[in-house]
Design a protein around this ligand. Structure first.
Ligand code: HEM
Length: 539
């Protein structure tokens, strides 16, 4: 039967009813889901809560909604439900205890599939491909491997202190160089002496480009994934994303090749090269089959920069803001450092167990203003589930709102007060005891949720914690970090985006005494010897 006669064989009212039936059934389906899922702000048909979502800092609005609808609520992004968690116990119940159901990522077509072609561990769906990459990362970040990175972290922290003596006003850039250099030394065994190094400029370009793809509504392919199959000639937007992806992959492979030639040269000359994650993985690849192409392999060490450099630098910026606005904590830190370390050297990792206040201060920085403010990258469920009587369908996006979780007054009374003593007297094995301020016990050993949850928890958490410890301990040993008279500090003035950082502010950073300055200068000279072996990536 010709198509035309199919159309004409039914009266118009049949076609009209069909035309109305599709949206009506879709709506019925959504309402049925809405009634069974955790409550939340009332969504509009097809539009969801889009009109109620703020353009910036959504975590603040999410926190307000948690007070109205409870610690687990649903917001609808168009027709897609997102469950937002604001309580650490609920986050642990779902994302950790039921991690077999909640360890995937929502589909990110432009970024994860077109740009990176599934190579990045960060946005990969839960499954075999993800676990191959994750296992490799773990092998290069075991406690034993982390010990290998401590000398360069210590030396870089000494260099940071020296640079703070020279150009204290430039502190934010110095922190960025510091964390970039650690991440590159750990990833590839090469340090960064300047943020102008081409390799760094390139990494920032890659980061900004990938972030620009992740803007809701920018690409229709996110709502209609079949569009990714349109041939490149008919889809210039897609060709452009792929070209960026090729450039990034080439740059990643070039970095692995640097380490390959370092290894080859070392073999010929019979010398050692610095231990790095890339070196460990290349050596592993010699011994066992790793089912990844060169391209996919090269994304593993490369993931360290995107995930680990800016996050750690921003956390240090928050530490400075906290110290400037809570001077009592600076005094307490100085007291501990003076008593335990004394005046003739700076602290090292060997002192960590004897510096409980500094350790607590680092945890409190991570809690107080969590850099990955919406829990980093969202989780997604792969099976349907019921929690406290609510239905959560497979494919739901789950957001752990770290802002609301870390500032939940039931767990952290007076949550905006920066107070490291919350984390004192909680030995690791007894972390479930109520904290000093009688908040409810937090389910995580660390006492906060800033590194995420379950199978997707940040694999670089211990590496980052080590960097933060050694930097904070050395800086506080040597410096006063003080507010500038007349300046009003706003502890809520933070940037927008997935990772947050305090908006630019000034503070006074000065050596505590001439004697402290001399020690810092002396230790910088020692650090240079350690850093020598980590050849720099030149500008
Ligand atoms: C203060 C510093 C850091 C913070 C606050 C942080 C936080 C986070 C968070 C919240 C997540 C998402 C966890 C989840 O989905 O439940 C994450 C994932 C990740 N982080 Fe970190 N991170 C930091 C530093 C690092 C470092 C130094 C590395 C380098 C090894 C790193 C590598 C990663 C990777 C590869 C993922 C993706 C894991 C996956 O999807 O399986 N991060 N991070």
């Amino acid at each position: 039967m010709a198509l035309e006669s199919i159309f004409t064989s039914f009266p118009t009212y049949v076609w009209l009813s069909l035309l109305l039936a599709v949206p009506a059934l879709t709506l019925l389906h959504d309402v049925w889901l809405w009634l069974r899922m955790p409550p939340g702000p009332t969504p509009l048909p097809f539009v969801g809560n889009n009109l109620q979502l703020p353009k910036s800092q959504p975590w603040i609005q999410f926190q307000k909604w948690s007070k109205v609808y409870g610690p687990i609520f649903t917001v609808w992004i168009g027709r897609k439900p997102t469950v937002v968690l604001s309580d650490p116990v609920i986050a642990a119940d779902l994302l950790e205890k039921r991690s077999n159901k909640y360890s995937s990522r929502p589909r990110m077509v432009a970024m994860g599939e077109i740009l990176w072609d599934g190579a990045s561990v960060l946005v990969q769906p839960y499954g075999k491909e993800w676990s191959i990459r994750r296992r490799l990362l773990h092998q290069a970040l075991t406690p034993k491997a982390l010990r290998l990175y401590k000398p360069v972290q210590t030396a870089e922290a000494s260099r940071l202190c020296y640079q703070l003596l020279q150009t204290p006003l430039n502190w934010e850039k110095l922190l960025e160089r510091f964390t970039s250099s650690i991440v590159f030394s750990v990833a590839y065994g090469h340090r960064i002496d300047s943020l102008n190094a081409q390799v760094i400029r390139q990494r920032f370009d890659f980061m900004h480009y990938s972030a620009s793809l992740n803007v809701p509504g920018k690409y229709a392919v996110e709502s209609f994934p079949f569009l990714k199959h349109i041939p490149d000639v008919l889809a210039p937007w897609k060709a452009e994303i792929k070209a960026h992806g090729r450039r990034e992959a080439e740059a990643n492979m070039a970095l692995v090749n640097v380490v390959r030639s370092d290894l080859a040269r070392a073999k010929i000359q019979g010398v050692d090269i610095p231990d790095s994650l890339c070196k460990l993985l290349l050596e592993l690849r010699e011994k066992e089959h790793i089912p990844l192409s060169d391209r996919d392999f090269s994304f593993i060490p490369a993931s360290l920069f995107g995930a680990g450099s800016d996050t750690t630098a921003s956390t240090l910026c928050t530490a400075f803001l906290a110290l400037v606005t809570h001077p009592v904590t600076l005094r307490a830190a100085h007291e501990e450092l003076d008593a335990v370390i004394g005046p003739s050297r700076t602290p090292t990792f060997d002192d960590e167990s004897r510096l409980p206040y500094i350790r607590a201060l680092v945890k409190e920085v991570l809690r107080w203003r969590p850099v990955a403010v919406l829990g980093g990258t969202p989780h997604a469920s792969t099976e349907e589930d019921f929690y406290e009587g609510y239905y959560i369908p497979a494919g739901t996006t789950i957001l752990g709102n770290s802002w609301a979780i870390n500032l939940n007054e039931e767990y952290y009374p007076n949550p905006h007060q920066f107070n490291p003593t919350r984390f004192l007297d909680i030995p690791a094995e007894k972390a479930s005891l109520p904290n000093l301020h009688s908040g409810k016990p937090h389910p995580a050993r660390s006492g906060h949720s800033s590194f995420g949850w379950g199978r997707r928890i940040c694999p670089g958490a211990d590496l980052a914690a080590n960097t933060l410890f050694v930097a904070v301990a050395k800086i506080l040993w040597g410096f006063d970090i003080l507010p500038i008279k007349g300046v009003r500090y706003d502890t809520f003035a933070y940037t927008d985006g997935f990772n947050i950082r305090p908006r630019k502010f000034e503070c006074e950073i000065r050596a505590r005494s001439e004697a402290h300055r001399e020690i810092l200068e002396r230790e910088q000279r020692d650090a240079e010897h350690v850093l020598e072996v980590y050849g720099p990536f030149v500008e």
